[in-house]
Design a protein around this ligand. Structure first.
Ligand SMILES: [Zn+2]
Ligand SMILES: [Zn+2]
Ligand SMILES: [Zn+2]
Length: 273
């Protein structure tokens, strides 16, 4: 599988609007990997994870032919991951010459309820699929298991275990420490995951457990996954979704994460596993 990170920031991005903190100032000066847009990723050039406010910029920057895109998976309906109005631009009068496939959008409530209205109005352009905990679903030959997560119960927040042809990954952003459902899944895997992408919104702050993780609790989560056999030395461990308020530049984070064998995602990072 191949995962490309389009955006690796928490809600405000880095540098954040109106902010004059040292992390934002450093990003303005140094640019490169210090610049972070809102979280989004593309799996195997095929399945888009989230549809946030920086989607158009990502499509232009990373040369995504969005007319060919068939699948969008929404993690939850916070505004840095899902902007309903942006999805509406596939409707008649805005997108012309639209290919004869529908755009299928997988989401939990409440995002599903909104996306469903697009399908109702333009069924030849949109399809909405509601995903429910403990009901795995397939996109072609990708199997998605997902669990409601410790983030915001009103936003339908989920994490995804994704399997395809013997390869497996965990995409876990906007998450605190593991819930019982996710633990049960991790413990039942039977073999280590090939790739794990964990939240690190709190960056260098400590002991973030509810809603988001910081580096120390991401390390603790990785240790837990190791203890139940879901992570081995071969698993690639990555952290993403950073806030400037976590007080770490990309450079600081790389130094701090290195000793745990964890890589720090940056905008445009592509990994194959
Ligand atoms: Zn977020
Ligand atoms: Zn800042
Ligand atoms: Zn969120």
């Amino acid at each position: 599988m191949k995962l490309k990170y389009f955006g690796t920031a928490a809600a405000e991005g880095i540098p954040a609007y109106f902010c004059d903190c040292p992390v934002c100032r450093y990003a303005q000066k140094v640019k490169g990997k210090e610049i972070r847009t809102r979280a989004q990723a593309l799996l195997d050039d095929k399945i888009l994870l989230d549809f946030g406010p920086d989607t158009l910029e990502h499509f232009i920057k990373y040369d995504v032919k969005s007319q060919d895109l068939k699948y969008v998976v929404i993690t939850h309906n916070h505004e840095d991951h899902y902007v309903f109005n942006e999805l509406r631009y596939r409707r008649p009068g805005f997108a012309s010459g639209v290919k004869d496939h529908v755009l299928t959008i997988y989401a939990t409530k409440p995002a599903y309820d909104e996306v469903k209205t697009l399908e109702e109005q333009w069924p030849d352009r949109y399809k909405a699929i509601e995903v429910r905990e403990n009901e795995p679903f397939f996109i072609e030959d990708y199997e998605f298991f997902f669990f409601i997560f410790n983030h915001d119960e009103n936003a339908g927040s989920v994490i995804y275990f994704i399997d395809r042809n013997g390869k497996s990954m965990l995409y876990a952003h906007d998450t605190g420490v593991f819930t019982d459902g996710a633990k049960a899944r991790a413990e039942a895997l039977g073999k280590p995951l090939d790739y794990v992408s964990l939240d690190c919104t709190g960056a260098l702050l400590s002991d973030w457990r509810r809603g988001h993780l910081s580096l120390d609790t991401a390390v603790e989560t990785a240790e837990y996954l190791k203890s139940v056999g879901a992570v081995s030395e071969k698993t690639k461990l990555v952290i993403s979704h950073f806030s400037h308020n976590g007080k770490g530049t990309h450079e600081d984070l790389c130094k701090a994460a290195e000793e745990y064998g964890i890589e720090v995602a940056f905008d445009g990072m592509e990994v194959e596993f």
